[in-house]
Structure formats: C-alpha cells, structure tokens
Ligand binder design. Structure first.
Ligand SMILES: Nc1nc2c(ncn2[C@@H]2O[C@H](COP(=O)(O)OP(=O)(O)OP(=O)(O)O)[C@@H](O)[C@H]2O)c(=O)[nH]1
Ligand SMILES: [Mg+2]
Length: 249
C-alpha cells in the first residue's frame, strides 16, 4: 500500500462522514481513530470501507494520531497524510501534497493555511504566528503553519520517532513531532492551501491558554537543554528561497 490517511476524531458526528467520503478516492486507505466520542461519530461511518479504530475512552489527539500511525505503518503505507475531522481541511487538496512529495522525498509536507487568511479569527492568527516562531527556533529552520493538522509524513520519519502521547500532550504532539523530526534530519516544507473557518462550527477542543502554555513549556525545555540553541534561532529567521515556503500574505 502506498498512501494512508489518518483522521483523529473526537465528537465530529456532524462532519466526519462528508470528510471521509471526499477523501476516500484520493488515498489507498482511510484510517479513522475515534477517540471515545459520545455523539454517534462511529455510527456515521459504520457502512464505509475504511479502517475504523477506537479508543473506549478519550485519550487525546496525540495518542489517537500515534495509534493511527502504528496502524498505517503495519499496513506498509509509505506516505501517511493527516487531516482534521471537523471539515476545516479540504480533502480535495490531498493530491497537492502527494504531488509535492514526489519532488521532495522524505520531507514532511505541511498544508499551510495561507489562502483566505483573513477569514481566520485574529487571535488565532496571532497564536499561529507565535507558535511558528518558537517551533522554528527549536527545529532550527523556518516552519510555516506549524499548527496545521493537515500534513504528509514519510514512513521513514514516523518509524524513527517516539514521543509522549499522554492526554495532556494532545495538542503538543504536532509541534513536537516537527522538532523531533528535525533532530532526526527530516524537515518540512509548506504549501499553501485554503483555510476554512466556519462561523457555525462547534466549540474548539483546543484550549488557547492551557494548550499554548503546554506547547511553550515543551519548547522552552528543549531550548534550555540545547543551551538556548542560538544557531537554531539564526537559521529559523532565514528567508527560504523555495517559493512554496513564502507566505502569501
Ligand atoms: N482523537 C482525538 N482527536 C481530537 C481530540 N480533540 C480534538 N481532536 C480532533 O483534532 C482535530 C482538531 O481539533 P479542533 O478542536 O478542531 O482544534 P483546532 O482545529 O486546533 O482548533 P479550531 O481552529 O478551533 O478548530 C479535530 O479533528 C478533532 O476531532 C481528542 O481528544 N482526541
Ligand atoms: Mg478545528
């Protein structure tokens, strides 16, 4: 098998079926990890030809992603894509990631929400840029949209990485994996995709203060252990020549 899509979900009954249906013909296998949802998420998917994994109780996004990755690797998937189950990522854009990795093998491809950026809440935009600065510093190169859950990972990279997936690290994992990947010589490039913010959407699972604080704490600890990593800061402030990594504004 070549490509697997992993979707971690927690209470996404309203959107998950449509997301899966749109994605199914873009990849070889869809793996949904239902993380103890109590709103009928699983029932919305039961008749579909996908791999539906389940945690009986909610264990957090990190553990769900890890479970999905282990499953995809056990199926010998070579490229593993992730996207969110709440409809914020457009599955029609999956082929762009698959095309990009052909010319950049063994690279993480981030689908960066750079188009229609004005639709994003201002506070969220600021938080994303804040996170990019710190993740880039700790990773030692410029990362654009480090908080996007829409990504492509090469199997070799996932095989080489083990991270803390406890529940409190649920939203830390996707920042930490970029930093740890860079420590293992796997880097990311970002390609621009649409950012979809639905006004009528359900409340975010991301807790702005608690989860941002946990991300900052993880990064601060890593920087301290590297003597504040001045060379990483210097390299992270470079402007990359690759046009796919240039913000569109
Ligand atoms: N498996 C699992 N998935 C989760 C958990 N919390 C959130 N998710 C999923 O992770 C994705 C992102 O969660 P959101 O709450 O949309 O967070 P976000 O996209 O960072 O924030 P918003 O911009 O407010 O939507 C969605 O697909 C959720 O279903 C969890 O505890 N377990
Ligand atoms: Mg979301």
């Amino acid at each position: 098998m070549d490509t697997a899509l992993v979707i971690p979900v927690f209470n996404e009954a309203a959107t998950i079926r449509e997301v899966v249906l749109q994605a199914q013909d873009k990849v070889d296998r869809v793996i949904v990890v239902d993380d103890g949802s109590a709103d009928g998420t699983t029932q919305r998917l039961q008749d579909l030809d996908i791999h539906l994994l389940r945690h009986e109780s909610n264990k957090g996004k990190a553990a769900a992603l890890q479970y999905g990755f282990s499953h995809a690797l056990s199926l010998h998937a070579k490229t593993i894509i992730t996207l969110d189950g709440d409809g914020q990522h457009n599955p029609e854009e999956i082929p762009k990631l698959l095309d990009t990795v052909k010319s950049c093998p063994n690279t993480i491809i981030i689908a960066a929400r750079l188009k229609q950026r004005q639709n994003a809440p201002k506070l969220r935009l600021f938080a994303n840029r804040f996170a990019d600065f710190w993740v880039s510093w700790a990773a030692g190169y410029p990362v654009i949209d480090s908080q996007s859950g829409f990504r492509l990972y090469p199997d070799k990279m996932l095989h080489s990485i083990q991270l803390d997936t406890t529940k409190q690290n649920g939203f830390v994992y996707e920042s930490e994996i970029l930093i740890e990947a860079a420590n293992n010589n796997f880097y990311s490039i970002s390609i621009p995709v649409e950012s979809i913010y639905r006004k009528e959407g359900r409340e975010s699972h991301y807790r702005p203060w608690t989860d941002t604080w946990r991300i900052v704490r993880m990064i601060a600890w890593r920087l301290i252990r590297k003597g504040m990593y001045p060379s990483g800061l210097f390299r992270s402030l470079r402007i990359l020549p690759d046009p796919r990594n240039q913000p569109l504004g």
